[in-house]
Design a protein around this ligand. Structure first.
Ligand SMILES: CC(C)(COP(=O)(O)OP(=O)(O)OC[C@H]1O[C@@H](n2cnc3c(N)ncnc32)[C@H](O)[C@@H]1OP(=O)(O)O)[C@@H](O)C(=O)NCCC(=O)NCCS
Length: 185
């Protein structure tokens, strides 16, 4: 999304913050008026779908005006996902995770997490994930999931230190991670 420009990112976060997501958890960590970091999680049913649907012409326009991005395999994959979301929106569907796989049990998704660059490495991310995990446990979830770009080594290491595991899709790891929440913790 960042490749398509700031306006796309702005619209996406506006959708996450103000969209109709009754089961969503929005966490922010602040010092005075400064936001140190944020995390969106929970069950954003149709979060991506709703965003793509409402902004489809704008997104198509951005893709058409950024043709060089099509050379990037990761970007091509995201465009394919966008089209498949639009197709899927026409028919009712069972609960799915960020990977698009049908989930055997309800899972609490981490849709986005970020720490302001100035405050990275100071424990903000840990606090955000602790808060998200606490919300997941309190709501009775036994599992969490997220998707990270496999090349985002800093984030992957961060998740693994927090007990997250990689989940392969057809024998290949494509960035899906999960964490099982034991009831004893
Ligand atoms: C991934 C991300 C959210 C982590 O946030 P963070 O606030 O830097 O995370 P933390 O500070 O809690 O932990 C990061 C490291 O700092 C260390 N740390 C924690 N508290 C610390 C402190 N007080 N002083 C110094 N280091 C500290 C942690 O041990 C951790 O080290 P490790 O990764 O080797 O385990 C952050 O790097 C980020 O915003 N990245 C860009 C956005 C992004 O990629 N998001 C994920 C998309 S899926």
């Amino acid at each position: 999304m960042t490749q398509l420009g700031t306006e796309v990112v702005y619209r996406y976060y506006d959708w996450l913050v103000n969209g109709p997501h009754p089961e969503a958890v929005r966490i922010g960590l602040f010092a005075n008026e400064d936001m140190l970091g944020f995390c969106f999680g929970g069950r954003f049913r149709g979060a991506t779908g709703g965003f793509v649907r409402d902004n489809r012409y704008f997104l198509m326009w951005r893709v058409v005006t950024h043709p060089w991005l099509i050379l990037n395999p990761f970007f091509r994959d995201r465009v394919k996902v966008g089209f498949s979301i639009l197709r899927r929106l026409r028919k009712p569907k069972p609960a799915k995770g960020v990977s698009g796989q049908v989930l055997a049990i309800p899972s609490f998704g981490i849709l986005a997490i970020a720490t302001h660059p100035t405050y990275q490495g100071q424990g903000v991310g840990h606090q955000l994930m602790d808060a998200a995990e606490g919300e997941a446990r309190q709501k009775g979830f036994r599992q969490m999931h997220l998707t990270v770009h496999p090349d985002n080594h800093q984030a992957v290491r961060f998740y693994e230190r927090l007990g997250w595991q990689r989940r392969d899709t057809e024998g290949v790891w494509q960035g899906v991670m999960e964490k099982h929440l034991s009831s004893s913790e």
